[in-house]
Design a binder for this molecule. Structure first.
Ligand SMILES: [Zn+2]
Length: 268
């Protein structure tokens, strides 16, 4: 078995593994999305809680201030009622109206704050409802992910064993190149060589469609050394049917060559 053939055996197992886990990855991505949405809602909720607390504190201060103003006004009113002279009486009256005037903007401010607080509390409640709903969706997503994982577990375990066997066979330097490419998560870790025109020796890489130097195709056919596409770096291989086809016709052409020496040797 050539290095390329060994790599291809490993690649076919990896492709199955990847295919099997694609549904699992999709459900994992969906679950991740739910987690993200939930954490966004959490952040919104905690911002609202901070705003509500701060507004509640401001409102409490204003309440205390208004209360002390009311107490002071009540005290002044009492004194005013016991005033001995009209001058004294009007002095108390002036002071009471000053307190009233000072109180008005505070009460106005409190009203605005209370309206805002109501709105914030309603918003917080809505966020909590959204959170509860999202927690439900997340649970469904999580169950789905677990079900997918369980569904493919046996097959994945089996493929992993096959992978270990296939991997052991590959020479370490080739394996390193392969694993590096696998880690890139590209669509084509390996790519088949496609024949365009045998007579003109035109062969392309199935991953990037570019023409391959005939020397590379020749090396793959003869020795099966690790060969990368010069354009996209996919590890190239030749499918069995094409190899048989080429080598078959190569033999025929050799026979023809022997019969008619003028004809050139395709893969010499
Ligand atoms: Zn390519």
């Amino acid at each position: 078995m050539t290095v390329t053939a060994k790599l291809l055996r490993l690649y076919l197992v990896d492709k199955q593994l990847r295919g099997l886990s694609s549904r699992l990855r999709a459900s994992e991505a969906y679950l991740g999305e739910q987690d993200k949405l939930l954490s966004e809602l959490d952040a919104k909720a905690s911002t609202l809680v901070t705003q509500i607390r701060s507004l509640e504190a401001t409102l409490k201060n204003d309440e205390v201030e208004v209360q002390s103003m009311d107490e002071r006004a009540a005290l002044l009113r009492e004194r005013m009622n016991n005033a001995q002279t009209s001058k004294e009486h009007s002095a108390f009256l002036t002071e009471i109206s000053t307190i009233k005037a000072d109180k008005a903007p505070i009460e106005e401010r409190m009203l605005v704050a209370m309206t805002k607080l109501d709105a914030l509390r309603a918003e917080a409640e809505a966020i909590e409802a959204q959170k509860a709903e999202r927690v439900g969706v997340r649970q469904v997503a999580s169950n789905e992910r677990d079900a997918r994982a369980a569904e493919i577990k046996d097959r994945v375990d089996e493929l992993k064993k096959q992978r270990d066997v296939a991997k052991e066979d590959v020479p370490p330097p080739a394996l390193l190149i392969y694993e590096q490419r696998l880690a890139l998560n590209v669509e084509y870790v390996m790519a088949a060589v496609e024949e365009q025109d045998r007579r003109n020796m035109e062969y392309t890489c199935t991953a990037c469609y570019t023409h391959l130097p005939i020397e590379q195709v020749s090396v793959l056919l003869k020795r099966g050394d690790l060969t990368k596409c010069p354009t996209c770096s996919a590890i190239l291989y030749i499918e069995d049917h094409l190899r048989e086809d080429i080598t078959g016709s190569d033999k025929k052409s050799r026979k023809r060559s022997a019969a008619a020496p003028a004809s050139h040797d395709d893969f010499g």
